[in-house]
Write a protein that binds this ligand. Structure first.
Ligand SMILES: CC(C)(COP(=O)(O)OP(=O)(O)OC[C@H]1O[C@@H](n2cnc3c(N)ncnc32)[C@H](O)[C@@H]1OP(=O)(O)O)[C@@H](O)C(=O)NCCC(=O)NCCS
Length: 155
């Protein structure tokens, strides 16, 4: 059910992202408080991150959950051969398929991939408002190391 990403999946990844991150993304928080900026909405900014996640060789570390020909979720990774700390920038599962264990299986797969790539640690970030993230990651073995506050002002 888990397979490597291929370029034909990009639109599915973006659709899943736009559906999943409305309540759990810095970009959506910005829009809720400030409205559109630069004539762009939060989706445009968030979806740009997905383009970056699948750019060039990074695509090798992107995995999708496919069922009956449909992509239901995905996870993206980055490796850093010098620091040996891998990163999981994005993870999402379509709302109607959440809480079935897909997210955990994608996570386990990504962590195995990072190990195979020689990473000695894995890093992930979540927003305090994300109730799932703050349960899921500690239960996977991640330990909190820092909290950060994001500010914005109009110029
Ligand atoms: C985070 C996400 C990918 C998890 O996917 P999922 O397929 O629903 O996850 P799973 O069913 O494998 O559950 C994994 C763990 O998440 C936690 N979890 C799942 N649903 C939860 C809920 N409704 N409330 C609190 N915790 C929940 C549990 O710890 C669960 O582990 P357990 O079932 O072994 O106890 C999914 O909720 C999602 O797409 N959310 C929106 C986007 C997002 O927040 N992405 C991560 C950004 S940091």
């Amino acid at each position: 059910m888990i397979r490597p990403y291929c370029p034909a999946d990009l639109e599915s990844l973006k659709e899943i992202t736009a559906l999943c991150f409305a309540k759990v993304s810095i970009d959506a928080n910005i829009e809720a408080q400030f409205g559109a900026i630069g004539g762009r909405d939060w989706r445009w900014r968030k979806l740009r991150h997905i383009d970056q996640d699948v750019e060039g060789e990074r695509a090798q570390g992107v995995f999708v959950w496919e069922e009956t020909g449909q992509v239901l979720g995905y996870i993206t990774t980055r490796t850093d051969a010098e620091s040996r700390i891998g990163w999981i920038p994005n993870l999402a599962v379509l709302p109607e398929h959440q809480s079935r264990g897909l997210g955990r299986k994608l996570m386990d797969h990504a962590l195995d991939y990072l190990r195979q790539q020689g990473m000695e640690a894995a890093k992930i970030e979540t927003l305090a408002q994300n109730a799932v993230g703050s349960q899921f990651y500690p239960s996977t073995g991640f330990r909190e190391v820092a909290r950060q506050i994001h500010y914005l002002m109009r110029l």
